[in-house]
Design a binder for this molecule. Structure first.
Ligand code: FPP
Length: 240
């Protein structure tokens, strides 16, 4: 089903999603938590299709937060393995669909194998010009802002910039998301209503939506429904 396309301004350029509820989805079905994550990959595929079809240009997915390292090692290992397997399985389709993949977050804490897969998926999809999927992987907003602050402080100490020239634009350009427009619309599934350290700087004027549905059940219809919710919002950016 195609959502309203007669007013292109009403299609968000950038949709960002906190994919929540995999564990609860699995538990409700008497399955292991990990099976919820596997089912969640299917929802990623569905949302990519729906985003592309609706003309969304950036789809950011919170795939692994810096806090997720605190989960039991077996769940962390399983998530890393799932990521590597998904990269191998999905890359041909991503290329075919014109989807570029970009990663935001730290790289230094992954195994060599995971790091290689991160590079592979970014390099193999650079030609994608329809939709950019931004994967937030070992990402947290406070970590990102800390890193940006350190970068600017180092530049100032080296005399490369004047402290008085630091402005919002310069900070934005020092974040992992430099060159990526701020999200217009942030969705968090599973009914939880918080941002959990996700795009805190970039979310300043984003519309938010918290559907009750668990991530593995968030398919193309749910994405289309979310776009309709966005289309009903009146964005004023602090003005009248
Ligand atoms: C949150 O649900 C989900 C995650 C922490 C991981 C999301 C990962 C995937 C959907 C699949 C792997 C990603 C890629 C890029 C292939 P939760 O575990 O916190 O669920 P709960 O709140 O019900 O426990």
């Amino acid at each position: 089903m195609q959502v309203i396309m007669d007013n292109c301004q009403k299609i968000p350029v950038h949709v960002a999603i906190i994919m929540d509820g995999n564990g609860r989805w699995a538990k409700l079905r008497g399955k292991e938590r990990f099976e919820g994550h596997i089912a969640g990959v299917d929802s990623i595929r569905e949302c990519l299709k729906a985003a592309n079809r609706n003309g969304v240009k950036y789809l950011t997915l919170y795939a692994f937060s810096t806090e997720n390292w605190g989960r039991p090692a077996e769940e962390v290992d399983a998530l890393m393995e799932l990521f590597c397997r998904s990269v191998i399985a999905e890359t041909p389709d991503l290329v075919k669909e014109g989807i570029r993949v970009r990663l935001i977050g730290r790289r230094d804490r992954f195994s060599e194998k995971v790091r290689q897969h991160l590079t592979t998926i970014e390099e193999s999809t650079t030609a994608g010009d329809k939709l950019t999927m931004v994967l937030a992987f070992d990402y947290s907003s406070r970590d990102e802002i800390t890193m940006a602050t350190r970068t600017l402080a180092q530049k100032a100490a080296a005399g490369e910039i004047d402290v008085r020239d630091i402005n919002e634009e310069m900070i934005s350009r020092s974040l992992y998301t430099a060159e990526i427009p701020d999200p217009d619309f942030i969705i968090r599934t599973s009914g939880e209503c918080r941002l959990s350290n996700f795009l805190l700087w970039q979310a300043s004027y984003a519309e938010m939506y918290f559907p009750e549905v668990m991530w593995p059940d968030f398919k193309q219809n749910e994405f289309d429904e979310a776009i309709k919710v966005y289309q009903q919002r009146d964005r004023r950016y602090g003005k009248l």
